[in-house]
Design a binder for this molecule. Structure first.
Ligand code: PNS
Length: 169
């Protein structure tokens, strides 16, 4: 019998995807057969981009990388993991400030599902200062986000700043 594929879930808001996220997806792709990028649909939050738009931007950015699937989800991450028979969650750790919340989420997920472990990847140093929150702030205040996000996402951010209706890339 062939060995079961090693599946990792990479959950997040990805509002929008950044070059830091893409670096983590590339790193995870080297260790896992399949990486499922899972975009949280959180009704309590008002995102910049719809979940479908966020998914489209990630699919476009990862088009050349094999073994990457992109989907949206709501509800508990452990339930999504069960549906995919995934035993690993992937998250990026940019620095010490990420650690406390990431440790709490990881341990809570393991509390809910003893089979689910989280693997943390450190990003390349050139991406360690990037966050979607800062990217949105810079874009909304008229700054340049070149080099922080893929070019198509950059264009979408500027459209959003100009008030143009969002549409899929
Ligand atoms: O990119 P983010 O916003 O830091 O991602 C947070 C995310 C999506 C990983 C986290 O909010 C999550 O997993 N939400 C799903 C709901 C859930 O399972 N909550 C309980 C376990 S901590």
């Amino acid at each position: 019998m062939p060995p079961s594929p090693r599946i990792a879930l990479y959950p997040g808001s990805f509002d929008p995807v950044t070059n830091g996220h893409l670096d983590i997806i590339t790193r995870a792709g080297r260790l896992f057969d399949r990486v499922v990028v899972a975009i949280l649909v959180n009704p309590a939050k008002q995102p910049w981009f719809t979940a479908d738009d966020r998914a489209a931007m990630i699919r476009e950015a990862c088009a050349s990388q094999e073994g990457v699937d992109v989907e949206t989800f709501d509800g508990l991450l452990v339930d999504l993991a069960r549906r995919h028979q995934a035993r690993t969650v992937v998250r990026g750790l940019r620095g010490a400030s990420d650690l406390d919340s990431e440790r709490q989420m990881s341990m809570m997920n393991r509390h809910l599902s003893g089979n689910l472990d989280t693997v943390f990847f450190l990003p390349s140093v050139e991406f360690a200062h990037i966050s979607s929150t800062l990217v949105r702030e810079i874009a909304s205040l008229g700054g340049s986000v070149t080099g922080l996000v893929p070019p198509k996402v950059e264009a979408r951010l500027y459209q959003r700043r100009e008030g143009a209706p969002t549409r899929n890339v």
